[in-house]
Design a protein around this ligand. Structure first.
Ligand code: NAI
Ligand SMILES: O=C(O)/C=C/C=C(\O)C(=O)O
Length: 487
């Protein structure tokens, strides 16, 4: 324990950056507050461009060694990190819940196991990278996935460790070194991950963690000429700033951004299932990029759908996310809460009706809200709220459903509830979305492409898409008679 260690629910967390294998403190700190009750968790090192440059330098220095490490050894270390995550699963879960307010039961049973899985999956995927060579007029083509170099990974607060590790794991597996910049509202599990990685034998400088405000250290990271890849999950305005900054070196970017996804409920759907799917959109207090926040319901069933939805949604238990019985926890920050309420109050002022919710509860808890009487071109239908706020619109037929579904600037996900497989085919083929679910939601497989169209992002993550992004993919063509082509 040092003066830089805080204790969160009994778990010690180092509040300093991790750069080149060392803990490094900044002169200044920022305060990390728990959304559960507004209590201060600790003072966290507040990075400056100096620490950002040091982290890139450390990643650059460590790159040749890690890139040259045989794949099998890289995979072994990634599995050891997964072992470490599993060993400390309970600690990671409790720290994350205190830091970002998401449900402890979800962290224990779903999220943290997925963190470990992220490392195992990408370690194992390395084995699939070797493709058969192929011939062109007797010449041999050999495709290889060469590591690209230092990667800057900038991550959000809604699923901090989960979203960080599905970038960190493929970047490391591919032989790159990393500078991870966690969100300032939930920085703690990134620090624990740095410890776990070091204990697992990851060499110094391969995974660096720099904390702080994006507005203060972001540019120093994203405009750095030694950075070879930038991967970001977060908001559209920040993505545009990062893209502008990366443009100075044409650094390749992967952007996973917001959404305003539709959930289409046709009259032929299993209504109980459709209602379950709709209520599920309040998960993580609505702070999920994939959430189907626009309920589009066929006119003939709207009344019954709404009745059942209200019955189910009002039975959700909102409260302390550490309580096993809680279904919805707090929103991350007073600023986020203010933003959510601003959207809702402007919608109501413009004529929307709150069927349920429409207000804050105690502290940082926003009541699950359903708004009807909303216009298609209104702010509440077009902009990402990132809180437990759904809108309900009706449609007369399939064409109108598809038109409404596609009529936003986003294209991350869509969910379709229907009992007719042919309708499912027709509708899904017309939807603009990176992921479409039929009669299900949030079924995720790391080998599937994940990302969005339009303003929802650039590129895809997952399986082969992650490796293609984090590697310099190379084709080597060798002449038929090898070295003595002219001989
Ligand atoms: N797609 C998603 O999963 C997420 C979407 N959002 C959306 O963004 C809205 C605002 O949330 P914020 O926390 O402000 O998101 P944000 O996009 O500003 O923050 C995400 C990350 O970007 C970093 N960042 C901020 N400015 C930066 C810069 N100039 N250069 C480099 N990094 C920078 C932050 O420090 C954080 O680590 C939310 O209401 C929601 O609509 C937020 C988080 C996740
Ligand atoms: O858990 C997943 O597979 C995807 C989660 C994505 C988000 O929660 C997000 O980026 O908001």
């Amino acid at each position: 324990m040092t003066e830089h260690t805080i204790t969160v629910a009994g778990v010690a967390v180092d509040t300093r950056h991790r750069i080149g294998g060392e803990r490094v403190a900044s002169a200044e700190t920022f305060t990390d507050v728990s959304p559960i009750d507004g209590s201060t968790l600790g003072e966290i090192s507040r990075g400056t461009p100096t620490e950002a440059a040091a982290a890139v330098a450390a990643a650059k220095a460590a790159f040749p060694g890690w890139a040259a490490t045989p794949r099998a050894e890289r995979a072994r270390i990634l599995h050891a990190i997964a072992d470490g995550v599993e060993k400390r699963l309970e600690e990671l879960a409790i720290v994350e819940t205190n830091d970002n307010g998401a449900l402890l039961r979800s962290h224990r049973r779903g999220v943290m196991p997925r963190v470990a899985h992220n490392f195992r999956f990408f370690a194992d995927w390395l084995r699939t990278l070797d493709h058969e060579d192929f011939q062109t007029r007797g010449h041999t083509n050999h495709v290889s996935w060469d590591p690209a170099g230092p990667c800057v990974l900038i991550t959000p607060w809604n699923a901090p460790l989960m979203l960080a590790t599905w970038k960190v794991a493929p970047a490391l597996a591919a032989g790159n070194t990393v500078i991870l910049k966690p969100a300032e509202w939930s920085p703690l599990t990134a620090s624990l991950l740095a410890d776990i990685a070091a204990e697992a034998g990851l060499p110094a400088g391969v995974l660096n963690v720099v904390q702080g405000y994006g507005s203060e250290i972001g540019d120093a990271l994203t405009s750095h000429p030694d950075v070879r890849r930038i991967s970001f999950t977060g908001s559209v305005p920040t993505a545009k700033r990062i893209a502008a900054s990366a443009a100075s070196n044409l650094t390749p970017l992967s952007l996973e951004l917001g959404g305003k996804s539709p959930l289409l409920v046709f009259a032929d759907a299993d209504l109980d299932l459709a209602v379950d799917l709709a209520v599920e959109q309040y998960d993580n207090a609505g702070q999920v990029c994939l959430a189907g926040t626009r309920l589009l319901v066929e006119e003939s069933i709207t009344e019954e759908f709404t009745r059942r939805f209200v019955e189910k949604a009002t039975a959700l238990k909102q409260g302390d996310p550490r309580d096993e019985a809680t279904d919805i926890g707090p929103n991350i920050h007073p600023r986020q809460l203010e933003k959510i309420d601003g959207f809702v109050q402007r919608a109501i002022a413009a004529g929307a009706r709150a069927v349920i919710g429409g207000h804050c509860k105690d502290g940082q808890y926003y009541a699950p809200t359903l708004l009807t009487d909303v216009a298609q071109d209104s702010e509440i239908v077009q902009e990402e709220v990132f809180g437990p706020v759904l809108t309900l619109q009706t449609f007369a037929d399939e064409d109108e459903a598809v038109r409404l579904a596609n009529d936003t600037r986003f294209g991350l996900a869509a969910t379709v509830a229907t009992g007719d497989p042919e309708r499912a085919d027709r509708v899904t083929s017309q939807l603009v979305a990176g992921t479409v679910w039929v009669n299900c939601f949030f079924v995720r497989d790391l080998q599937a492409p994940f990302g969005g169209s339009r303003l929802s992002g650039v590129g895809r993550e997952g399986g082969t898409w992650s490796f293609d992004f984090y590697c310099d993919v190379k084709n080597t063509v060798t002449a038929p008679n090898g070295w003595n082509n002219h001989g």
